[in-house]
Design a protein around this ligand. Sequence first.
Ligand SMILES: [Zn+2]
Length: 747
Amino acid sequence: MPVESFIQPSESKLTIEKPVKEKPKIEELTTIERPGRNQEQEESNDLPKQKTKRKTSKAKAEPQIKSPNRTITLIITEKPQAAMKIASALGNARKLSENNVPYYELERNGKQIIVASAVGHLFGLTYVKGQTGWPIFNLEWKPSYTEKHAAFTKNYYNLLKKLSVKAKEVIIATDYDVEGEVIGWNVLRFIVNQETAKRMKYSTLTKPELEKSYDNPLPTLDWGQAYAGETRHKIDWLYGINLSRALMSAIKKTGSFKILSIGRVQGPTLKIIVERDREINNFKSQPYWQIFATTQNTQLKHPKDIFDKKELKDFENIKKGIAETTEKNESYMPPHPFDLTTLQREAYAKHKISPSRTLQLAQSLYLDGLISYPRTSSQKIPKEIEPKKILSKLSKRFNEVKIATRQNPIEGEKSDPAHPSIYPTGDFKKLSDEEENLYLLIVKRFISCFCPDAKGIAKRISLIADNGKNFTANGLTITNNGWLDVYPSIMEERAIPTITGPVNIDKIDFEEKETQPPKRYTPASLISLLEKKNLGTKATRSSIVDTLFDRGYLDGKSIEATPLGVHLIESLEKYSPIIIDENLTRDVEEKMEEIQNSKSEWPELENKTISQVEKLITDISKEFKINELSIGKQILAGVEGLRAQQKEDSTIMPCSKCNIGNLQIRFSKKTRSYFVGCSNYPQCTAVHSLPPNALIKKTEKKSDRNLPILQALRKGKRPWEFEFNPNWRAENPNYQKQESQEETKKE
Ligand SMILES: [Zn+2]
């Protein structure tokens, strides 16, 4: 993939590992030069609920106008769609709008309520001006609209500010998790200028749950979540800016330039991938044999793989044996309900939907009120969600509910204090194909948790040859499908006869095989592994993998490190292994869990954790600076390798116009689309356009006419392949130029 094309001007700054949550994607980018206040007061430890701590290090809340007309209750959500859902759940809502930002007005029990929304994060961290080089540690929250890419958030900011002046009471109703809490807290302290507020907690955007949540709000913000979230933002930011500055400065030492960045979780993740690549490259395949015996038309297998060829002759003359057949009744429980990682894994296995796409789709199903909140680790179905009511609603559409006769649902071991497992609400709506696939998976998984076990008879033939070698065959007959009729699952049935007593062995077969290298990770297996290792969070794992791709460190459908990724890891292993040490980032993860679960002293815990990270980064910087030039040289070799590979990946055929250069897929920053140009440019000006709004990649395939087949990838659509024909225009003289972009494209 031509990575250069992904590096947009705004990325010449720096990213942190961002949760995938913000839909209008507000990247957590920070500029290098930016005004701010210094942060002497950074160390003051006021109580969270009493004062805004670290006052001067945060964005300044504008002075509040004391208004005598504070009459309304203001409910603040995370996204416009949630505001709409809450408003219509609570009463007869009227939609209003200001500068294209919608908000809602309603009355409930004589109270005047306004529901308005943020649009994901309205504030981002940035560093305080005047800090040069690295490491730097002073940072502050700033309104996101000051960054060009998030300018659209300004109208939301302004509207909330205006409405807050009229508010007698404020209720934060952002998504109930770490990110949602930070979003709500920032709005509260920097826009509303208030220390705490009531908090609505809900897992579905359905009328009954929203009403219940409004009638019984939590008395304050969830400070554990708020501080854990702020700590994560700050730590990721500190890692992000300092490590990126370190890499850039190392590259600069070699007299070259390349934008590079690596995050706190990205580093160890990349290392895991590079290590797998090494295992595969160093893998020496070994031959081995599997041995089968056939008797009464049934094939039985020797349980051991034979690696020593000499052992094979022990099997050659087997003619007779004694067989025994046993039968056992087996039960197979339904699988547990979906937590996010399991859903991502299943969506990939069953529909090849990538984990990050699954999260996006699930988020949209949630905002439509069709499923519960997807960012959950829970595998539980609590009684409070009234599952029987949900089943009854689902029964209107899904006949499978008839099978759901189990009193208590199957549950998994993991739980989550904030949300139950992912479950359907029972409401319906017309969906796109992709959404529908994911939705059906969730519905069927939920129903199957209430279905009876599948039952079967497991049959086993054991045969002992007269020389003592043994063979077995296993059969399975399903006698009762139970949940298998609901949730798509593969249980291979195999009928085998009953064989007992002395038998003749008709034939011995030797099958030669080779040991296989370990498999490359797929996006789905990688996020499962990250979860197992406790790296990143459920909300960030899928975007960590995406970011590594965008940065040019990874390539391919099954994940492989690029030359740049490999060289980066090699140089860090040699000179600064601490940066890619997964134990370290896991420690940080545990610290944040500790803050989240703590009942008090959150600011102290936050400060302590951040100080530890600052010390660590200081240590890294000392070690790193000694070896800067060597690190730079090694990374530069990677950059050159990556460029060579990209050139190879984008070259599609020789140029017939000049007969010197090659036609290559290129990206135009100006039109923000791909085109085909000659490598001999500017001497040769051959140019062909390509389908717009798509990422175009070369494939290894050729058409019938021996022309290259290219692949167009569009967000949310299936990849589409087309033949690239440089002579298309000449062959279609009657085709009026509808749009020049159409010239090479035909379906
Ligand atoms: Zn040419």
